[in-house]
Design a protein around this ligand. Structure first.
Ligand SMILES: C[S@@+](CC[C@H](N)C(=O)[O-])C[C@H]1O[C@@H](n2cnc3c(N)ncnc32)[C@H](O)[C@@H]1O
Length: 259
């Protein structure tokens, strides 16, 4: 069984559609993850984000790219899906944002060595064909001393129950098409830390990225969405994603590329 990354091309119209599951990234996790990175970067660099060169690796429809562009960064977005890049370009132009969207994959990036101050990569590492090659490439394109911001999903029983069973398989709660995620491709924190050690990164922080609600409250919201009582945009807001807490399911962090 292989992961279905074609969904991002077949359903690229969904990124900015409040009734589409891809829009959950915008109202669900985006405020928490951008807030976390904004705080980490300004603290680490001792300056505002304005003017930083940022690569959004696996940018999809540009949901995270646009936040960095609005903060004054020079943003490049890279993704293998041409239809997603078209959706990203079209939306950026409606917002008056200048973002350089390019087609390519994390394993072989069309960029110069040391081109970016920051590489962000959210909800992507569990989708790539070769995790080690991708992180090696991040290490090549980010400047020495530059920063790698990431989030991904842990491979635990909790993530199986939440991200596979509830989100993808159980008829009353599911919303992802089959094989959007494969449990075997989820990444244990120890695995990513071992790759950082091998590939010249120093991890500075890692914490949970999860809903503030109890599981039964999340299940009730998923069922209401299934019954057509909530849009995905509203579901995302009500899930109240936050950083902090355990690493059992999704986790977020940042690392410095050693000089
Ligand atoms: C869950 S979406 C995340 C999109 C975006 N990062 C966000 O959070 O809004 C996963 C994205 O990873 C992209 N992707 C899949 N394989 C990839 C690879 N090998 N290199 C880079 N991106 C990849 C997909 O095309 C898709 O846009």
């Amino acid at each position: 069984m292989s992961i279905d990354n074609e969904v991002y091309s077949q359903q690229a119209d969904g990124w900015w559609d409040e009734r589409h599951f891809l829009h959950l990234l915008k109202t669900g996790v985006n405020p928490a993850r951008f807030g976390y990175f904004h705080e980490a970067l300004t603290r680490q660099l001792g300056r505002p984000l304005h003017g930083l060169s940022v690569l959004d690796l696996g940018c999809g429809g540009g949901i995270l790219s646009e936040e960095f562009a609005k903060a004054g960064c020079q943003v490049t977005g890279l993704d293998p899906s041409a239809p997603s890049l078209n959706a990203a370009r079209a939306h950026a132009s409606t917002q008056g944002l200048t973002i350089d969207y390019r087609q390519g994959s994390g394993e072989k990036m069309p960029f110069e060595t040391g081109q970016f101050d920051v590489v962000v990569c959210c909800d992507v590492l569990e989708h790539v064909d070769d995790l080690e090659k991708t992180i090696r490439e991040v290490g090549r394109v980010v400047k020495p001393g530059g920063i790698f911001c990431y989030d991904t999903i842990n491979r635990t029983w909790t993530s199986y129950l939440e991200n596979i069973l509830a989100a993808q398989e159980f008829p009353l709660t599911s919303f992802f098409p089959p094989n959007t995620h494969l449990w075997k491709k989820f990444i244990k924190p120890s695995e990513i830390l071992a790759l950082f050690e091998k590939l010249g990164f120093e991890n500075r922080d890692m914490t949970g990225l999860n809903s503030a609600l109890f599981n039964f409250q999340v299940a009730a919201l998923l069922i209401r969405r299934k019954l057509g009582l909530l849009t995905f945009a509203e579901l995302g807001r009500r899930l109240q994603f936050q950083t902090g807490g355990g690493l059992q399911t999704s986790y977020i962090g940042w690392a410095v590329r050693k000089s």
